[in-house]
Design a protein around this ligand. Structure first.
Ligand code: SAM
Length: 233
């Protein structure tokens, strides 16, 4: 069975999608979606030989060799435009790594711009959102969940005809998560607030030139307080 984290990501994959799952590890996500008949074709991309072999095994064990291609490749080099991929999942990595995979994929012409991107960064959500909006994607959905004492965010993005504008604050919290203000979201930011306050304290005690960093963290604290106050926390 899929973890709650991967189940949530799976929910955003459109019915009958041609899916590329990058950094697939055991290929759990594409295999589960194929067994549910939710996708019509899958690619499991892995850059490391061990996980690549695990993915091959998992696909073979389920008799899906003719429906899911397992490819040893760096990032989106696992995908060709001829594959007509309609959805890409990149889950369980840092947001900066996901961003770099997307950027290199774009430079190498692996993105048609028609794909739905379903991204689950473990950290670095803000940097990832920044890349998406710089590349004129619309953040169409977001989700936040807790599993085994960890909080995960899922960001879904697509290219639309009109290009929306986002504030820095929306990129920080996630435009949709900010609007929803659900319990997990508020807990996450309550925890981050005390952490940021500790960081600010130690910055004030630093004898290095940290003025810029102080401004940044102070801004974040202000935003977090605004959000928590708005939610009555
Ligand atoms: N996506 C699965 C999940 O969410 O459970 C596996 C996550 S695992 C922590 C990250 C995987 O990404 C590892 O198997 C790693 O080898 C792979 N990976 C890291 N960088 C990659 C890259 N540039 N291209 C393809 N795979 C990559």
């Amino acid at each position: 069975d899929l973890s709650l984290r991967l189940q949530k990501a799976a929910e955003f994959v459109p019915q009958n999608a041609r899916l590329a799952d990058i950094g697939s590890d055991h290929a759990y996500l594409p295999v589960a979606l194929m067994l549910q008949n939710k996708i019509s074709y899958g690619i499991a991309g892995e850059v490391v030989v061990g996980p690549y072999k695990s993915a091959q095994k998992q696909v073979a064990k389920n008799g899906l060799e003719n429906k899911i291609d397992v490819r040893l490749a760096d990032g989106l080099e696992a995908v060709k435009l001829e594959d007509h991929v309609s959805a890409i999942t990149i889950c369980g990595m840092g947001g900066v790594l996901i961003r770099d995979i997307l950027q290199r994929g774009k430079e190498k012409n692996r993105l048609s711009g028609e794909e739905r991107l379903i991204l689950q960064p473990n950290v670095g959500e803000r940097q990832l959102r920044k890349w998406l909006v710089d590349e004129k994607y619309t953040i169409t959905d977001e989700s936040i969940l807790e599993e085994n004492q960890k909080v995960y965010e899922i960001i879904v993005a697509e290219k639309k005809e009109t290009i929306p504008e986002y504030t820095e604050k929306e990129l920080f919290f996630g435009p949709i998560l900010l609007r929803e203000e659900n319990e997990v979201f508020l807990e996450k930011w309550q925890y981050k607030l005390s952490k940021s306050e500790r960081i600010l304290n130690s910055l004030h005690q630093s004898d290095q030139d940290v003025a810029e960093k102080i401004r940044e963290v102070a801004q974040e604290i202000e935003w977090i307080k605004e959000v928590l106050a708005h939610a009555g926390k």
